[in-house]
Design a protein around this ligand. Structure first.
Ligand SMILES: *Cc1c(COP(=O)(O)O)cnc(C)c1O
Length: 441
């Protein structure tokens, strides 16, 4: 940390400013107030000069997709070669953001479409995304909600939040609420505390998850006071968003330690980004540093089809290559799940190398990470345990306190179940259906 202050001090050749910096640097509100929005400020701080042409291109980009970087995050940029720096690329505009590809979509994940009430995306049966903030400490250039960045930097009012809470109260199948944004930790401690208390009063909400990039872009937000608030609730998990090992600094480590020390399970969601982290060695280094700080790598996302992200996207093959380099090669709990968030609101689909090579009626053929091909022989007498949902008749005798909700199957698990009639999942509007005369028999 001392290093970053020194770097910043060197760069700003003004004693007065550096004195203020030393006093205020660790104050998250100061960091936000002094966030950088202009090319000229970046030039000054990094000690670089962009050509007029480049500056103009950046300004044009900023008009559509604004820039906002915390002094802390900018201080992590390697000034010897900023343009090839993974931190710089995540926070500094690129003219390529303006070139739309024909597959780009403004809302690829249908977050607005799958929204029963303002602020809530309810896609999966038992969990929802609850957007409680439209503000972020930093505008990531690869933001999947780029369409909204800089719209109105606002925090939803209590009335709006209460409508979301009302929906959750009336929707008993929701047992997991993922509060996201924007960044939920942009809210004041008190406001966040109020929302958390509202959520924890809902009996069926078993888990509250916070998605925040603060430990990465503004670790000073993780204050003792904030941790005291979070500590009051015993079902909070927190997922953050480190993309590169360089982002794990002394300051971010201290922030993570405070959170894990408060008993909050920590996870990390990375996005696979071209020329930032699309390298098996970088990703391995990242997951090692994360686990050393008690952060469990959770997802590795294929970059979404949002507008202006084409230059960040990689082949899916690169993601599989990274997974191939992790599984077996390092601790199992350091291996994230590589997912593609399906365009059109299909949700996250895991993608991985194939380990199951073939099978017969009594054997499966597998290969491991070293290329060893092996045989697993299945038992000869394994009988299908027919499930009719009457646990009394089953030798496993699961006895839950009822739950009709739990037995509602959908998708492939419905096809697999014994107690559902369905034997096919059929797309709507099949062409062959239009050819049928109508009197089928
Ligand atoms: C990612 C996501 C979730 C949470 O998914 P998990 O796989 O449980 O982490 C929930 N709702 C929406 C809309 C999401 O995009």
């Amino acid at each position: 940390m001392q290093e970053t202050i020194n770097i910043t001090k060197d760069r700003i050749n003004n004693e007065e400013i550096s004195k203020i910096l030393l006093d205020k640097w660790y104050d998250w509100k100061w960091q936000l107030k002094n966030s950088i929005h202009k090319v000229e400020t970046v030039e000054k701080i990094l000690g670089v000069t962009f050509s007029d042409k480049k500056k103009q291109a950046i300004k044009t980009t900023i008009e559509k997709f604004p820039m906002s970087v915390t002094p802390y995050y900018l201080s992590l940029v390697d000034t010897d070669d900023p343009e090839n720096d993974p931190v710089f690329k995540q926070c500094f505009p690129d003219i390529r953001e303006l070139s739309l590809s024909n597959c780009d979509m403004s809302d690829p994940l249908h977050e607005d479409k799958d929204s029963p009430v303002e602020g809530i995306t309810h896609r999966y049966p038992d969990r929802v995304l609850f957007h409680i903030s439209n503000v972020c400490a930093m505008y990531c250039r690869h933001c999947t909600r780029k369409r909204k960045v800089g719209d109105v930097d606002s925090i939803p009012s209590k009335e709006v939040i209460l409508k979301g809470i009302e929906y959750l109260k009336n929707t008993p199948q929701v047992r997991d609420v993922l509060i996201s944004g924007g960044d939920p930790l942009m809210l004041s401690d008190d406001y966040l505390d109020w929302i958390l208390s509202q959520l924890s009063e809902i009996p069926h909400v078993e888990v509250i998850r916070i998605g925040s990039r603060m430990p990465v872009v503004l670790p000073y937000r993780i204050t003792d006071e904030l941790v005291e608030v979070l500590k009051k609730y015993d079902n909070i998990w927190l997922n953050t968003h480190f993309n590169h090992p360089r982002e794990i600094t002394g300051s971010s480590r201290r922030a993570l330690k405070k959170l894990s020390g408060a008993g909050i399970p920590l996870g990390n969601q990375s996005v696979l980004l071209r020329d930032v982290n699309d390298c098996p060695r970088i990703m391995k280094r990242l997951v090692h540093k994360l686990t050393a700080n008690k952060v469990r790598p959770y997802y590795l996302y294929q970059c979404d089809l949002s507008e202006g992200l084409e230059h960040f996207r990689t082949n899916v093959g690169k993601g599989i290559e990274i997974m191939e380099n992790l599984r077996g090669h390092t601790s199992g709990f350091a291996v994230p799940t590589y997912v593609i968030d399906a365009p059109g609101g299909g949700g996250k689909i895991p993608v991985m190398p194939s380990y199951l090579i073939s099978w017969s009626t009594n054997k499966v053929i597998l290969r491991n990470y070293e290329g060893v091909i092996t045989t697993y022989k299945m038992p000869d007498d394994y009988k299908h345990n027919e499930c009719d949902l009457e646990c009394e008749n089953c030798n496993l005798t699961l006895k839950t306190e009822n739950d009709d909700l739990e037995y509602k199957t959908i998708g492939i698990s419905k096809l697999l179940s014994d107690y559902e009639e369905e034997i096919t999942l059929t797309p709507e509007n099949l062409e062959r259906d239009t050819r049928n005369s109508g009197d089928a028999s």
